[in-house]
Design a protein around this ligand. Sequence first.
Ligand code: PYC
Length: 314
Amino acid sequence: MIQRLSFLDSHTGGEPTRLIENLPFPLQPGTVAQRLTQLRQNHDHLRRTVLNEPRGSDVMVGAYLLPPADPTCQWGVVFFNNVGYLGMCGHGTIGVVASLAYRGLIQPGALRLETPVGIVQATLHPGEGPYPNRVSVQNVPAYRYRSHVLLTVGGKTIYGDVAWGGNWFFLVHQHGYDISPQNLPALTHFAGQVRLALAQNGITGANGAEIDHVELFAPAPDADSQSFVLCPGNAYDRSPCGTGTSAKLACLYADGLLAPAQTWRQKSVLGSLFEGSISLQGGQIIPTISGEAWVMAEGALLIDERDPFGQGIP
Ligand code: PYC
C-alpha cells in the first residue's frame, strides 16, 4: 500500500518550512502542548517520515497544523525538525501564515495560533501579487535568563547570554569569526563546540532545559546586526531566526540598548532580513518579528509500506 500525505513547502529568508495540514491519524483532544506530548511519544515516525532523508533534509523545519484548544485561536501548530520538536518557530510561523494565505484560507489581518509554548499573534499584511506574503509575528514573551556566562571552547574563553525567545539560545558576542557564507563550515563547527561545552558544563535554560540553539553575532554595515544560528541538529538557520531574534531583542533591552517600539534589523548569515521590535506588557518583553515567506512546492509525500527507508533514515 502507498499512503499519500499532502504538503505545502515555503521558505522564509531561505529557511524552508514544510506544512502538513492534515495528520494521517487522530490525536486525543487537549492543548497543543498536550498534543505535542502525544506526537513525541506515539507518532514520532511521522516527523522522521516528513523531514528525514531520503525524503527531507536536515535544513527543513516541519509544521503540523492542528485544532487549537484555546477558543481565541484559529489554529494550533507544532514545529519540528530532523532531530526533534521546537517550542516555537518564527520563520516557520511566517511560512505557515503565508501558506494559509496562498491556500486562500485567510485574508490580511490578525490571527492567533496556539503553540506548545504559548499563543502567538500573527498579522498578514496586505500585498500585491498572487498572495500576500509579509507577516508579523508577535511572539511569546522573551527574556534573558543569564548574562555574561563564561565558557571555554577549544582552549579559548568566550562569554555569552542565555535567553528564551520561544526556544533556548546561547548568544555569543565576541567570537572572532567572520559571519559570512564563505565561513559556514567553521561557524557550524564552532557553534557545535559551544553547544557541547554548554552541556558538558551543565549550563542550561530555566528548569534545566537544554540550550539547543547557538547564535553568533557581528556588526553589519546595512543592518543592526548579522547572525549565524545553529539549530538543533547540525543545520544552520538560513533565515535570521525569529525566536533567536526575539532572544536577542530581550538581551538588548536588558542591556538598555533597545527601547520599546524601536526597530531592530537582524540579518542572517545569508543576508536575508527580519525586522524586530519589542513592546512591554505587564512587565514582560513581547517581541514582534516581521519577514516574508514564499511558497515553493506542493504535492504529496508517497509512503510505500515496502520501502525500508519509507519512514526516513533514522
Ligand atoms: O525562526 O525561530 C525560528 C527558527 C527556529 C529554528 C529555525 N528557525
